[in-house]
Design a protein around this ligand. Structure first.
Ligand code: CA
Length: 479
């Protein structure tokens, strides 16, 4: 046995020596057992160590890895560093992408909901616009009850339950036909809280002497005396606190001289003109005509003359002539340099800057200008064009008197609008251009007189005294 092994080892050694590089090692391993190691050099490889460059394949892998790192760095904003950064960035990107997609879905849903809300609001706006147009086309008046024609309507029984907008078929507009019927007096019945024009109290009381001189009831003359006020109607709501009422002293068809017209001037958008067939209907409160003026009225200075309503347009010095037949504005003209909207009012206030009136000689405007420094200016106007024909400047300050009117070309002023026993305290004669103080007794029975005008056909003063429509007889004569 030992012999055979020795032969084999010898042969191997011999072969090894024949090649000159084979080796055999014998020794104990780390556990103490005997171990034989046989080594033969490679016939083709000179070394087992890897090459420095790694070869073309390794270079390709490195290039692709570098390219991937650059791309990931761009996607993550260059925040790459250290081993595993690329993988973490990709995971972060994926998470951010998932979150963004979720938020996009939520925002899309919110956008759709808002679009539905916008559509709903647009529908509501359109409905409100149509409703507004409908209401604008139907001015608001209370409705009289549907009673048989044989049953007379009474003011006290006509208080509406439903309120506004039901008499619109009786309201005339330009171009429409004349409507008549038994209407209740709307503005004097409804409640509410209209805007009151600011007022200013100024009370002047002057002892009144007895009238003098012969009476002249047939023609023009100076004002000698004014009778006691006669009340024709009392308003029962704040809308009738003050206003203007008129009869056309030179009426034309289709309205007769008995027709009575009224404008309640409480509020900021005064456009309603009520017509009554006569004083009796006014007293009962049954207008037969309601006109909606195309432009709003300022204060209580309006007047009627030869089929037209003359008035000052709100917040302007523009005078308007409203033709009652065509129911439209027939003329307009600025009153040159006239103060308006509180610049030169009467002591009552109420934006009474421009006061129009009519007498035997025609149409007049009472106002003031900066040039006149608040003194009353009286101008005669062309009733067709509203142009000023001639003007006079007086010596009495407009805000020191309560009101004014013209009789036979003479301007008269009222001293106080609140004193129950006051006077006509000044007269200016346009024929002579001279003014003088006078003292004619005048009664403010209800202590808040907001309008006084002369009607030469009736030879009366018309006034509006604290909810009361009143008139005064006048006596003219020669001193
Ligand atoms: Ca007046």
């Amino acid at each position: 046995m030992w012999l055979l092994l020795s032969v084999c080892v010898f042969c191997l050694l011999g072969c090894s020596e024949g090649q000159d590089r084979a080796t055999l090692w014998r020794g104990n391993d780390h556990s103490g057992r005997c171990q034989y190691t046989f080594s033969v050099p490679s016939p083709s490889e000179t070394s087992c160590s890897p090459t420095v460059s790694g070869g073309p394949e390794m270079e390709g892998l490195k290039a692709r890895l570098s390219l991937l790192e650059v791309l990931v760095a761009r996607l993550t904003g260059g925040e790459i560093g250290g081993p595993g950064a690329g993988y973490q960035s990709q995971a972060g990107l994926q998470e951010a992408l998932t979150q963004a997609m979720g938020e996009r879905i939520l925002l899309q849903g919110e956008k759709e909901r808002l679009e539905r809300d916008v559509e709903g609001l647009q529908r509501r706006m359109e409905e409100m616009r149509r409703e507004t147009e409908r209401l604008q086309s139907r001015p608001c008046y209370p409705q009289p009850p549907l009673l048989p024609p044989s049953i007379p309507l009474q003011d006290s029984g006509l208080r509406p339950a439903g309120g506004a907008g039901v008499l619109s078929h009786l309201v005339s507009r330009p171009g429409r036909q004349w409507d008549t019927g038994s209407l209740r007096d709307p503005a004097w019945q409804y409640g509410g809280n209209p805007v009151l024009q600011e007022l200013k109290a100024e009370v002047t009381e002057i002892p009144a002497p007895s009238p003098e001189g012969p009476e002249d009831n047939t023609g023009c003359g100076e004002l000698i005396s004014i009778g006691e006020p006669v009340s024709h109607r009392k308003a029962d709501s704040i809308a009738g606190k003050y206003g203007v009422w008129m009869q056309d002293p030179e009426a034309v068809a289709p309205y007769g001289g008995k027709m009575v017209w009224r404008i309640d001037t409480v509020g900021s958008e005064v456009r309603q003109l009520f017509g009554y067939e006569d004083m009796d209907q006014l007293s009962k409160g049954f207008p037969s005509k309601v006109l909606l003026l195309p432009e709003p009225v300022e204060s209580t200075g309006a007047t009627l003359y030869r089929g037209s309503l003359y008035y000052q347009r709100r917040r302007s010095r523009t005078l308007l002539r409203y033709d009652l037949v065509s129911e439209s504005i027939a003329s307009r003209q600025d009153l040159p340099h006239a103060g308006f909207h509180g610049q030169f009012p009467y002591s009552w206030g109420g934006y009474t800057d421009v006061d129009l009136g009519v007498d035997e000689q025609g149409l007049w405007a009472v106002y003031s200008t900066n040039k006149a420094k608040g003194a009353i200016v009286v101008s005669q106007l062309d009733p067709h064009s509203l142009a000023v024909k001639r003007s006079w400047e007086t010596s009495i300050r407009k805000n020191s008197v309560a009101n004014a009117f013209v009789i036979c070309g003479r301007l008269y002023t009222v001293a106080s609008y609140t004193a129950p026993n006051t006077t006509i305290n000044f007269m200016f004669d346009t024929a002579t251009g001279q003014g003088k103080e006078v003292t004619l007794p005048f009664r403010n029975k209800y202590r808040y007189n907001s309008m006084v005008d002369y009607n030469h056909a009736q030879r009366k003063l018309f006034a509006w005294d604290n909810f009361h429509i009143v008139s005064y007889d006048v006596r003219l004569g020669h001193q």
